[in-house]
Design a protein around this ligand. Sequence first.
Ligand code: 5GP
Ligand code: SF4
Ligand code: MG
Length: 459
Amino acid sequence: CGVFGIFGHPEAANLTYLGLYALQHRGQEGCGIVASDGLHLKAHLGMGLVADVFRRDDIFERLPGSSAIGHVRYSTAGGNDMKNVQPIVVDYSRGSIAVAHNGNLVNAQEVRNALEKSGSIFSTTSDTETIIHLLARSQSDSLVERLCEALMQVKGAYSLAILTETRMIAVRDPNGFRPLSLGTLDGAFVVSSESCAFDLIEAEYIREVEPGEVIVIDKNGMQSYFPFPKETRNTPCIFEYIYFSRPDSRIFNRMVYPVRKEFGRQLARQYPVDADLVMAVPDSGMAAALGYAEEAGIPFELGLIRNHYVGRTFIEPQQSIRHFGVKLKLNPIREVIEGKRVIVVDDSIVRGTTSRKIVKMIRNAGAKEVHVRISSPPTSYPCFYGIDTPSRKELISASHTIEEIARYITADSLCYLNLDGLHAALAQFGDHKIDFCEACFSGNYPVKFPRLRESNQLG
Ligand code: 5GP
Ligand code: SF4
Ligand code: MG
């Protein structure tokens, strides 16, 4: 998912719309904006793309005020129906509050069970709602205390944009799994999952919201708090660099593009092969393919062309649509590929179904050899922190060796950048000391989760 917020700007809802537009790649199932005019929160939410949900101008007339938050959703927790679209807005004893959440709580079910036992009635199936219930039940006087009290009871990944009538709050969990940045525009404060949204609205990047930081913004300015115990490791999600974030974003204090390109260079150093051209699976393999081609000294070609009116196929939760999606999305250029030994670079293999179709597509276009290079290690474990990887039994590398996967996808050779390679690439940027989460590759989960879910989903 993606979150965005702005405080202190007369065009708050309009700018949030633009911000969400720039974050659309982080979720395409649904979206919403909540605005405050200082007295009331007004919301508009819907299923579908930002441009479709906010198609009519009169929607913005009904979102007045100088502060707003927004969310783009894809379902990692909770179903994909209208009632789980965010921001979640509630009225409770002390006023109104809206919450937009990127990430996934690992103990939401346990917290929810306990709350339901003592009488709480939940209106969504989303993990985010547990935060709101905990906050509403807190007896503390200040909003910040109530929020911190709630957050102390949940575990997992959360980058939050929160709006009340008079305040906006930005929070990043103590591990800092998901990115969240702070910016400024005409004296207003802006927060966004990725800085590419700042570029679009011409906001200035200030810094990232730190792991474990709670930033409260009101008419008097900005206050920063670090309410969590200090011992938590900072474990930002390495997969944001590999795949999820846009290459033109700055996350975790680094531009994504050069990092992603370096993964490709490193891959070329680790796994060279004689070939006539290097091509990418667009768009996700593009930066790494360029890095690979540069390092290998082999020409880069556009061998596959992408139809840009098709979204990220994996975000469609239906298997039937995902299968159809590959041909809809990609078409090879025979004149580039025919008779050639090609290296195809992609960022990851999840189920292997797309990669198999792509290799076949390239062969049908006349390739003599197809060498697949993946700019991350085999994805062998599911993510519990907000990336929509399927369950372990659907992950092809959880149950197959690299040789078996190569045979399945019908590649002449298949190589993955290994964890050392990832670290070597990050070391070029001075990031080798950061303890990234890489659990989907290593199985080493930095935040533990209740046994029950572990055995259900990992088993
Ligand atoms: P596969 O060959 O596993 O079917 O598809 C691989 C493609 O899925 C890659 O191009 C990659 O960009 C994309 N992908 C990346 N991350 C994810 C994810 O978290 N979930 C899914 N399902 N696909 C992803
Ligand atoms: Fe990111 Fe993988 Fe960790 Fe999930 S498990 S937070 S995708 S590195
Ligand atoms: Mg891809």
